[in-house]
Design a protein around this ligand. Structure first.
Ligand code: NOJ
Length: 526
């Protein structure tokens, strides 16, 4: 499975009706823009009916659309308009939990005998399992006089997939959208779906005090019994069967965490999820050695028929451009990597113009996960590698230099627009051939025209300088070499292979004489 993905956080993309909140009509109006960049697939964060306590990741009705985003007709139109432009659309499917306002939960919490009594995870006494964000996972319900379990926030109760009726209900939701033509699903915290049936306590671990990239949560425990249960991997295959009943083929891409061996189990024997997000690139070090290591690791774990993913930013973490001091020059190197490495590139809206993070304090955060962390001093929050106020990566898209960066005509937008819109807006970059946006465009075009960049194998090439990253891509009897200069100075890197053509250079060079300019990268046909 191979594609290029553009992620939209609908609340922040484009507001068509001036209420300060992005919406589906807004996305429809910008489809030509996405098409002009060259992306094949659009993934949209949830816009189903929801109290928006976690901005859509708390679904109250999977069969209707939140009014601030539009109507069912808008959703259908969006699907059709995407297809009309020969693109694909992937919805976000939040299966692990619902909103506590979903009618399933409202009924379930009434007593122990109602028809939905067993649809969520209820216990008389909590065990020691912790939530991913903030310590408490078990929450007492006065009406039912029991505790319910929530992997994420208290208002997101986990469904009980050991009840076949729940599984059927959720598969029916998927079928409903697949029938409407949706091309697949991004699966929210898919590693949490099943929990140990005996509710065994998780082991204590001093080493797991803090959240880490392959281990969100922390809280001094190994989440041995509350995530990544064997039943999850089987569930991935059952879901695959659900989507495989539809033509043309659909895509399943999972949000899962853990070591590669574990994550890979979600892919099954190529009969589970098609792809999983590999979040380690969100925390990259801007050094060839970091990427050399990742290339080897991904080759080892995701050899064909599997495919890795290349993700530098999303709606949950700091925009990773902050790791390179918000440099547009370095961002061009990352873009080149993203579209030349073996793996499905997933670009978070705004990344193509080098949007930076907002400066919204924890105190003013709208993001519900800030609450448990309200005691953390702001300067510490700014230093943390993981975001505890996700508002800052969710600020409105910067379209131009007009009011609200062209995102909305409202007097107030749901989150404030960033200050640095001068050079980081779509209009300015579309009109500037040397912009980051143009680098993205040229790269995606090249990738669309050369199958070798999607499906070719990848091999590291030794270089004579530690600031140069070099690798080849090979397919059938064709070969490309990619060379990237991670430093600002020119570096000589003579090749002992004949060069047939220069397909791309960030700086627009059409010949390669063995010297790579500072922050230039080239794609050579050899
Ligand atoms: C992961 C999503 O990406 C995040 O935005 C959301 O808050 C949680 N899952 C809970 O659904």
């Amino acid at each position: 499975m191979n594609t290029t993905i553009y992620q939209i956080y609908p609340r922040s993309f484009y507001d068509s009706n001036g209420d300060g909140i992005g919406d589906l009509q807004g996305i429809i109006q910008k489809l030509d823009y996405i098409k002009s960049l060259g992306f094949e697939t659009i993934w949209i964060s949830p816009f189903y009916a929801s109290p928006q306590a976690d901005f859509g990741y708390d679904v109250a009705d999977y069969y209707s659309i939140a009014p601030e985003y539009g109507t069912m007709q808008d959703a259908e139109k969006l699907i059709n308009e995407v297809h009309h432009r020969q693109m694909k659309i992937v919805f976000d499917m939040v299966m692990n939990h619902t909103s506590d306002q979903h009618h399933w939960f409202l009924e379930s919490k009434q007593n122990k005998t109602n028809t939905k009594a067993d649809w969520y995870i209820w216990r008389d006494k909590p065990n020691n399992w912790k939530s991913i964000v903030g310590p408490k996972a078990w929450h007492y319900c006065e009406t039912r006089k029991q505790y319910y379990f929530a992997s994420f926030l208290p208002f997101q109760p986990d469904l009980n997939y050991r009840n076949p009726a729940v599984k059927k209900a959720m598969f029916d939701v998927c079928r409903f959208w697949l029938q409407k033509g949706v091309d697949g699903f991004r699966l929210d915290i898919f590693n949490c779906i099943y929990k140990d049936k005996d509710f065994k306590n998780n082991p204590f671990s001093i080493l797991h005090a803090f959240p880490s990239e392959d281990y969100p949560g922390g809280n001094f425990q190994i989440r041995k019994y509350s995530v990544n249960q064997d039943e999850n991997f089987e569930f991935a295959q059952e879901l695959r069967q659900v989507v495989d009943a539809f033509q043309p083929p659909r895509l399943l891409i999972g949000e899962v965490f853990g070591k590669h061996d574990l994550k890979k189990k979600y892919l099954g024997n190529n009969n589970g999820l098609h792809l999983i997000f590999l979040f380690e690139m969100l925390f990259y070090k801007f050094k060839p050695s970091f990427f050399q290591k990742k290339i080897m690791e991904f080759n080892q774990h995701y050899a064909a028929p599997f495919m890795p993913t290349t993700v530098f930013s999303n709606h949950d973490q700091f925009r990773s451009i902050r790791r390179i001091g918000n440099s547009l020059e370095k961002a061009k190197i990352l873009a080149t990597l993203q579209f030349t490495l073996r793996g499905v590139p997933t670009v978070y809206a705004g990344e193509e113009i080098g949007m930076t993070n907002g400066t919204i304090s924890i105190k003013n955060g709208k993001d519900p996960i800030t609450k448990p962390y309200s005691w953390v001093p702001q300067f510490i929050a700014n230093l943390l590698p993981v975001a505890i106020n996700r508002d800052n990566c969710r600020t409105p898209m910067q379209w131009n230099t007009h009011k609200n960066a062209g995102f909305s005509t409202a007097n107030e937008t749901w989150l404030p627009v960033n200050k640095d819109i001068e050079n980081r807006n779509v209009e300015q970059q579309v009109n500037n051939e040397t912009s980051l946006l143009h680098v993205f465009k040229r790269l995606i075009k090249l990738r669309n025209e050369n199958e070798i960049l999607s499906n070719g194998s990848i091999e590291l090439v030794k270089t004579n300088h530690q600031q140069i990253l070099a690798f080849t891509r090979t397919l059938h009897n064709e070969q490309l070499m990619v060379l990237l200069n991670f430093s600002k100075v020119n570096i000589s890197n003579q090749l002992n292979v004949p060069i047939k053509a220069v397909l791309f250079s960030i700086k627009g060079k059409s010949i390669f004489n063995g010297v790579l300019e500072g922050y230039d990268a080239v794609i050579l046909k050899i």
